[in-house]
Design a protein around this ligand. Structure first.
Ligand code: PRT
Ligand code: ZN
Length: 300
């Protein structure tokens, strides 16, 4: 097919929370993959796209250094790398180009349950344990707070119990880990989700064309998740009310029905969840023969 230089390399997490979602999304964009024996590489059989399977923390560096053209990684990791580089006077040589709507979590400051907390100023002069040193440094600076950052590479939530810190700053999703350690969230430092980053090195025209195609397909994959195709019959007089009830639909297609007087068929793509209540409301507004179909693929 293509020479190695012309193939797009995407860095994805080898094994962790983002792995299955990342591969699943790319496969839904039409990419067929074979994995190498050493499990470090996936070859795209039908597109000039290969995956490099690495630790998530290495992804921004690989994209910044132009070893990979794209990367799929948590915004928390991207942000930490970018700020760490900026704080040491360097530029991050990658751009965030797409949000993927999975891997949602937040980087939060949490306090032991028995601590009286009255806003960010309560952090003044205290010790905060985290592995997100650059992000926390930036947050404290922006809020005019002088606090000591204690670096922990993992198990940050035990730092207060060990007497190593007064607060912690770590990723939270359900909050169960914090609760189990008698900690409560007090400040949100960053809302995060998985994102696509791209190297700032200019790509060849053919590579950039493929990157654009992948991003457009990703957009289509994300859009169809909630989307449904609705078909119904309605009296022409009820069209305005019915159109207003269709969740997240652009102008519906209205087709006259043969031999049924003033009735029309309405077809629309709804980009939001279609609940039973929606259908009941449509029926009450005069709709009949309602059909809701899943959408397989979408290209805007
Ligand atoms: O080996 P590698 O370095 O690649 O993986 P990793 O262990 O560094 O990362 P991994 O797989 O744990 O997480 C990858 C990414 O998933 C993170 O960088 C985030 O972008 C995202 N993510 C989403 C999360 C969570 N949710 C999450 N809950 N990352 C970590 N957690 C932790 C959280 O800190 C807590 O300790 O999971 C624990 C459970 O969370 P609760 O709040 O549900 O109890
Ligand atoms: Zn990691």
């Amino acid at each position: 097919m293509d020479t190695t230089e012309q193939r797009i390399k995407i860095a994805v997490q080898k094994s962790g929370r983002l792995t299955d979602h990342s591969r699943d999304l790319l496969e839904r964009c039409g990419l067929k993959l074979t994995q190498s024996k050493d499990q470090l590489f996936c070859y795209g059989e039908n597109m000039p796209v290969d995956l490099l399977l690495v630790r998530d923390d290495d992804i921004p560096g690989l994209v910044s250094d132009d070893v990979c053209d794209l990367g799929i990684v948590g915004l928390n990791v991207v942000n930490e790398k970018r700020l760490a580089l900026e704080q040491s006077g360097k530029d991050a040589l990658f751009d965030q180009v797409f949000e993927l709507d999975f891997g949602h979590c937040r980087l939060s400051v949490a306090a032991p349950e028995d601590v009286e907390y009255s806003g960010a100023k309560s952090l003044q002069g205290k010790r905060i344990a985290t592995s997100y040193v650059a992000t926390l440094t930036d947050y404290l600076q922006r809020n005019g707070i002088d606090a000591e950052i204690v670096y922990f590479s993992g198990a940050v939530e035990i730092a207060p119990k060990l007497g190593k810190a007064d607060f912690i700053c770590d990723l939270v999703s359900s909050g169960a880990t914090l609760t189990a350690n008698h900690l409560g969230e007090v400040e949100t430092v960053l809302e995060s989700e998985a994102v696509v980053i791209q190297t700032r090195e200019p790509l060849s025209d053919s590579k950039q064309e493929w990157v654009n195609r992948i991003l457009q397909r990703l957009d289509g994959v994300l859009q169809v998740r909630e989307s449904k195709y609705i078909m119904l019959h309605a009296p022409r007089a009820a069209l305005a009310e019915i159109s207003a009830l269709l969740p997240g639909a652009e102008s519906p297609t209205v087709i006259p029905l043969d031999g049924s007087g003033d009735k029309v068929a309405v077809h629309a793509v709804c980009r939001e969840t279609v609940f039973w209540e929606t259908l009941e409301n449509l029926k009450a507004a005069g709709a009949s023969s309602l059909l809701v179909l899943p959408v397989e693929k979408m290209l805007a």
